[in-house]
Write a protein of this length. Sequence first.
Lengths: 112, 114
Amino acid sequence: DAMVIQNPRYQVTQFGKPVTLSCSQTLNHNVMYWYQQKSSQAPKLLFHYYDKDFNNEADTPDNFQSRRPNTSFCFLDIRSPGLGDAAMYLCATSDRGRFTQYFGPGTRLTVL
Amino acid sequence: AQSVSQHNHHVILSEAASLELGCNYSYGGTVNLFWYVQYPGQHLQLLLKYFSGDPLVKGIKGFEAEFIKSKFSFNLRKPSVQWSDTAEYFCAVSTTSGTYKYIFGTGTRLKVLA
């Protein structure tokens, strides 16, 4: 089945230690999104790629960066995780013109 | 700025009760509207969506929603809930041009008692 895959599902890192989360998709969608979701809150968009064009949200901290080496893969890099960055990170995709977003299972990040 | 409000943060119902979850948005232009469900430990799944046409849309698992343009609302309904509907429900809005971004509501946590 076509889907959005996120690895790892659970990630533990230490305060200040860089971490990379990955997302891959078999839907061949040209838009990919990264969201941060904290407990009992709505997903908060960090950035999205339209093809290779990167679009950062104005309030996304500089600590968060992203790479999209090809259509299928997108990475979220957290350069120096703080305790406040502990959250679920969701990847989603959409096909331009259809607007519906399809979500992966998320990666739960714990910062010690 | 665009925003989405879900006024019911926590809802507790008994099985077979009827459900209505409110969703209101603020945006003057044309919108696409979505309801997603997040079961415990699972990913966000699309329940239903509205792009245009009949304002009453039917989704999976017996859910439906009605778009009332004059009220900027897109309320989710189910005539008879089941224990397995226990989940968090998110309303989302996107505009029909440009940015491909969702604005999510804060979610409604539904608990259905067996």
